[in-house]
Design a protein. Structure first.
Length: 212
């Protein structure tokens, strides 16, 4: 029994390591489900010593292969990544609470206040932007009390060569404007751009790494 437990522990440890490093708060729903399933299989294998270990290890390895396959697919496809992990939601924008988005995410005011208190923010009025990440974590940007100027959320316009049209609309920009501005700077092929953001009239552009 002891040897069986140690072996399963090593197998589970290796599987989790192969899946990649991620903080618990950043796990997607799919990650969490897979982790629970693997842990449950390990427990069942320990509780049923008469069953061959292979009957438990094979399903674990199957889940590992599926998880790695989906991870690779997500890296190559922005749509797949949004489908698996979901999209961040803007809960507070320019100091105004977006109640429609809160209802859509089934996120109530108690949830908001609790997460703000966790960040030592006592007053909602001090918040310029609050984004509910796909992991459920709340990212908060406080108002600049000294300057009194409105902040800029600085949303990415391009991710993995794909134009983020929702972010353009948020900044009152168009796809045609973006293509024109990038072409002026020598970037006519958007597929070569891995990341592009825009802040106060300045672009930050990162190109796709050239394969050696």
């Amino acid at each position: 029994m002891v040897a069986r437990t140690v072996l399963l522990y090593v197998v589970v440890l290796i599987i989790f390591r192969v899946m990649g490093k991620r903080e618990i708060g950043e796990l997607s729903i799919l990650d969490l489900v897979v982790f629970i399933m693997i842990a449950e299989m390990a427990v069942m294998a320990i509780e049923n010593p008469k069953d061959p270990l292979l009957h438990s290890i094979l399903p674990m390895l199957t889940l590992l292969i599926i998880q790695i396959g989906l991870a690779i697919w997500s890296l190559k496809s922005n749509r797949m990544r949004n489908f698996i992990d979901g999209k961040p939601s803007i809960i507070i924008e320019n100091g105004k609470i977006n109640e429609h988005e809160m209802k859509r995410q089934r996120y109530n005011f108690n949830d908001l206040l609790v997460q703000l208190r966790d960040k030592n923010i006592k007053n909602v009025a001090d918040v310029e932007f609050a984004i509910l990440e796909s992991s459920g974590r709340l990212s908060v940007f406080q108002k600049d009390q000294q300057s009194g100027e409105k902040g800029n959320l600085n949303l990415p316009f391009i991710i993995d060569g794909v134009i983020q049209e929702e972010h353009l609309l948020h900044e009152h920009k168009t796809t045609e404007w973006l293509r024109t501005e990038l072409k002026k700077r020598g970037y006519s092929n958007l597929d070569k751009i891995s990341y592009c953001s825009y802040d106060n009239g300045k672009f930050f552009i990162d190109l796709v790494d050239v394969k050696q």
